[in-house]
Design a protein. Structure first.
Length: 403
């Protein structure tokens, strides 16, 4: 179970925010609200299917087709035995070559994910893998396809009789981790996806019952102060949250960087860092730079590891002995709280999210928490959280640049 603390005042009308998101849900403008409930039938389908023996997953996807899965995979892997997942995301030649060196084609399951069905980076790397592995396509039980129904990628799957899992049409990529996009690879890797979904479902219910006022208050603060405090720093005190940070950057930036109905440019800039490592680079800016940033701290209360700093005193380094005998668990969390207190003392708006332990339920809750927070903030700003018109021009220019 996660806890949430705000260290700033943020008056808001929680009821109107809930009603606004309920309207979105009822009208179907975004389908991610339905995903925790709909996941049950998808999991039942996966449980009923037979897959060839495999020890590795090659996942082809980028952005919303991979970041959420990667965030959950990285978070849970230290506590769960799971099959290796190779992520074919960024089409850099060195990265692709590195993946090929790790790829065991006879033991791998290939999962191809693209909502549009035409994602250049994804399809190009899949083509390279076909050539590298001499991969047969027709009736290949080792190839799974995840896309919108009736997309070009769906047509490709039908042509070669490949197993296909649809993405709901009204679920955008960055909100899709609890759909087939994340559930299928995480289930096949061996993660307890029912527990992940349950964590999300319980918080979703809690929010719509009016029992998560902190979320509405945060959304009100961000919307009210978006011009004076236009940047939000996510400072996570755990390496296993590194890819969650990346997922947050896409969710926040692509959803909240928009033009409003009057054509005004609106933007809440996401910045992601890890503590305490980035205290040694970014903290100075927070402490003495412009007061135009808010900071969300995330810590894990119990890492369930008792590794202790030895009672060793080293010559000339005696000043560090005050931490001797402490667990590293306590050290990193005390650093989190000390930094929070320091940043707050100079007038930076801060809040704290505490994950009790590393569990599937807790990461599922954190995912839906940020999705709801994004929707609530967008609603208050009067912008559409679910489109991304600003990314299309670059795609059009790329097509003109390449013969």
């Amino acid at each position: 179970m996660n806890s949430y603390q705000l260290f700033f005042e943020a008056p808001c009308d929680q009821k109107s925010i809930i009603e606004s998101l309920q309207k979105e849900w009822q009208e179907g403008s975004s389908g991610y609200y339905d995903l925790p409930q709909k996941a049950a039938s998808l999991i039942e389908r996966l449980e009923s299917e037979t897959f060839p023996s495999f020890s590795q997953i090659a996942l082809f996807g980028i952005g919303g087709s991979s970041l959420g899965t990667k965030a959950i995979d990285t978070f849970l892997r230290c506590k769960h035995t799971a099959k290796e997942i190779l992520y074919f995301e960024n089409p850099t030649p060195l990265g692709i070559k590195s993946n090929f060196e790790k790829l065991r084609s006879d033991e791998a399951l290939f999962i191809l994910i693209s909502k549009s069905g035409t994602t250049i980076e994804t399809i190009a790397q899949f083509k390279a893998t076909i050539a590298h592995c001499d991969l047969a396509l027709q009736n290949n039980p080792r190839i799974l396809v995840i896309s919108d129904e009736n997309s070009p990628l769906h047509d490709f799957a039908k042509t070669f009789n490949l197993r296909f899992y649809p993405i709901p049409a009204n679920v955008g990529g960055r909100f899709s981790v609890l759909s087939s996009v994340g559930i299928v690879p995480l289930y096949l890797a061996g993660y307890p996806v029912r527990d992940i979904v349950d964590g999300a479902a319980l918080f979703l219910q809690k929010f719509f019952a009016g029992n998560a006022p902190h979320l509405a208050q945060k959304a009100c603060f961000y919307a009210k102060n978006h011009t004076s405090v236009p940047m939000n720093v996510l400072l996570s005190y755990a390496d296993i949250l590194m890819h969650f940070n990346e997922w947050y950057v896409q969710l926040w930036g692509e959803s909240l960087g928009k033009k409003d109905r009057r054509g005004n440019r609106i933007g809440l800039t996401p910045i992601a860092h890890r503590g305490p490592v980035d205290q040694h680079s970014f903290l100075q800016l927070l402490m003495e730079g412009p007061l135009d940033k808010s900071v969300t701290f995330i810590k894990i209360e119990n890492f369930q590891e008792d590794l202790t700093i030895p009672e060793i005193s080293l010559p000339h380094l005696e000043k560090t002995d005050f931490v001797n005998g402490l667990t590293f668990n306590r050290l990193i969390n005390e650093e989190c709280m000390a930094t929070l207190e320091a940043v707050q003392s100079v007038g930076v708006p801060v809040d704290l999210i505490t994950l009790e332990k590393i569990t599937p339920q807790n990461i599922g809750e954190l995912i839906i928490y940020y999705e709801l927070l994004t929707s609530a903030t967008a609603s208050l700003l009067g912008i559409n959280a679910y489109d991304q018109p600003g990314v299309e021009l670059g795609k059009q220019i790329l097509k003109k640049r390449l013969p």
